[in-house]
Structures are given as structure tokens and as C-alpha cells.
Design a protein around this ligand. Sequence first.
Ligand code: TYD
Length: 136
Amino acid sequence: MTLALCRVIDLPKISDPRGNLTFIEGGRQIPFDIQRVYYLYDVPGGAERGGHAHKGLTQLIVAMSGSFDVVLDDGGRRQRFHLNRSYQGLLVCPMIWRELDNFSSGSVCMVLASNLYDEEDYYRNYDDFMHAVKQR
Ligand code: TYD
């Protein structure tokens, strides 16, 4: 997959003086059905997460609170995204290496995923990922 297919999706935002509301429906605002939700929180300053690619998984990454950066790499090009809005999500396609860093204090990173957790779906070694990219 190429980095060009990854993009920031603007999610619906129902503005209200009582507080804003955003919703995400599988297959509607995002191009996959949601099978799993996980979130990163209590991330210490300077920590890095990610450092892997997925063979078949599609994900949407949302900064629910605070901010952080996501670096995406398709084997040919790298791009850094700064996420800091709870009404935006970064769509990450399969076969994209990702690294997350620059977490602000108290930030929460929510990830919607198209499949259940499967360790077999991971490339955790960058050289293995690059080898697989070149095979395609
Ligand atoms: P990992 O995917 O490496 O985290 P990161 O978001 O930093 O890339 O997962 C960290 C650990 O948590 C690893 O042992 C696998 C486990 N894990 C699950 O059991 N279920 C999940 O849905 C996820 C995302 C991770």
C-alpha cells in the first residue's frame, strides 16, 4: 500500500454549548467495520510506541485528548502527522510502518481496528517489512 492512501479523516462534530459530540460508525465515516478498539494512555514523556506494520489490518488513530505524532512509512516515503483534534482520525492502511512519539502529558491515543488482535499480522522488524514491500 502507498502512503497516498493514508489520510486524515474529518469526523462529524456536533457542536453544542454543553460540550461537543463526535461519532464514528464502521463503514460510514471510516472505510472499514470496527472489530476492535484499544487505547494508549499514561504514556511517559519521551516514550515511543508503534514500531511495526500490519499485513492486513486497517486502523484509524484518534487523539482523544492531548496530542502526539504519527510517522508513517510505506517503504519509499515517510510522513509525519501531528494529531491533536478529537474530531479527526488518521487512516492507516495495511503494509504501512508506523511510529508514534511526541506524546503530550495526559494524552490518550484511541485506535479503531478492522480486525481482532493477531500477532501473526505484525511485521515487528523494519528489515522484514522492507523485504515484504519489495516482494510485492
Ligand atoms: P503493540 O501493538 O506492540 O503496541 P503499540 O501500540 O506500541 O504498537 O502491543 C503491545 C502489547 O499489547 C503486545 O504484547 C501485544 C498486546 N496487545 C494485545 O494483546 N491486544 C491488542 O489489541 C493490542 C493492540 C496489543
